[in-house]
Write a protein that binds this ligand. Structure first.
Ligand code: F6P
Length: 320
């Protein structure tokens, strides 16, 4: 491998910069040239390719977002797009590519691997919804950001004796909601992995908790369940308790990465380069059972993780 390309793809996540820095510095340390590809696969197809040296990645480990910028790219789903992307890699001498992103980005990486570009995926998403790994870059920061925001909503919710519904991101996955629910001591957590929720049960519980003298009622609602504003209206009408919905939105994706995100992202970025230099391709770096591991992309995409049922049960027990 003479030249390694690096790109970030899909939604950005805090810690991506730490991974980029690790890719660049590990590769340079081994005498390998690095090219940064801007705006994910979209930038690759538009040939937005720059050389990166050690200085280009200084002073970025603490920054949120991604210095390379990112994008979602429909063209990369097509065979034509994939062929074009592989040809551009070849044109720029990129014989190894590190793709930092989520499942969709890894599918693109897999296609490129089949077309002769050595690729390694690094899991980057605040959603934690990559099945082969217990850690994804950005989740730790996002969950801490959301937790702090929810603490603030709780303060005002208590002052006004309100029910507060706080909607957190996560697309179709409920990891952010589950973790916030436990960390913020929520009365309810609504997860997309559950088949709907029982509104009658929620209403009865709110009435009961009012009788027991609870000063507020916090519901963490996952984005995949959604409809927080209507749920708030229903609850207010049916319980008489003032109810407000807060949708945290994209603030969860920003901010300086936590120590965990900086360290794990650094190790994974560095490992991706080591794997390429060992001659490996078509693999994803992951973290499982306390160790950094790597999987074949096909195998990784076929794995299933799911919300740990025991953790969800515990969250319910603690919300009395
Ligand atoms: O995948 C990360 C994520 O933030 C999801 O939680 C959310 O559903 C989605 O991206 C939002 O995407 P966009 O930034 O395109 O609105």
């Amino acid at each position: 491998i003479r030249t390694i390309g690096v790109l970030t793809s899909g939604g950005d996540a805090p810690g991506m910069n730490a991974a980029i820095r690790a890719v660049v510095r590990t590769a340079l340390g081994k005498g390998v040239k690095v090219r940064g590809i801007r705006k994910g696969y979209k930038g690759l197809l538009n040939e937005e390719i720059i050389d990166l040296d050690a200085g280009d990645v200084s002073d970025i480990i603490q920054r949120g977002g991604t210095i390379l910028q990112t994008a979602r790219c429909k063209e990369m789903i097509t065979e034509e797009g994939q062929q074009k992307a592989a040809a551009i890699c070849k044109k720029y001498g990129i014989d190894g590519l590190v793709v930092i992103g989520g499942d969709g980005s890894f599918r693109g990486a897999q296609k490129l691997a089949y077309l002769g570009v050595n690729t390694i995926g690094v899991p980057g998403t605040i959603d934690l919804d990559i099945d082969c790994t217990e850690y994804t870059i950005g989740f730790d920061t996002a969950v801490n950001t959301a937790m702090e925001a929810i603490d603030k909503v709780r303060d005002t919710s208590t002052s006004h004796s309100r029910c507060s519904i706080i909607e957190v991101m996560g697309r179709d996955a409920g990891y952010l909601a589950l973790w916030c629910g436990i960390a913020n001591g929520a009365e309810r957590i609504l997860l997309p992995e559950e088949e709907g929720y029982d509104i009658e049960d929620i209403i009865d519980d709110i009435k009961e908790s009012k009788k027991r003298g609870k000063k507020n009622y916090i519901i963490i609602n996952a984005e995949g369940v959604g409809d927080s504003v209507n749920l708030a209206k229903t609850i207010e009408e049916r319980t008489g308790m003032e109810t407000r919905a807060t949708i945290l939105g994209h603030m969860q994706r920003g901010g300086s990465p936590t120590c965990k995100d900086r360290v794990y992202a650094s190790i994974m970025g560095s490992m991706a380069v080591d794997l390429l230099l060992e001659g490996k391709t078509n693999r994803i770096v992951g973290y499982r059972h306390g160790e950094y591991v790597d999987f074949d992309i096909e195998e990784a995409l076929g794995m299933q993780k799911g919300i740990p049922a025991y953790q969800y049960e515990i969250s319910k027990k603690l919300s009395l």
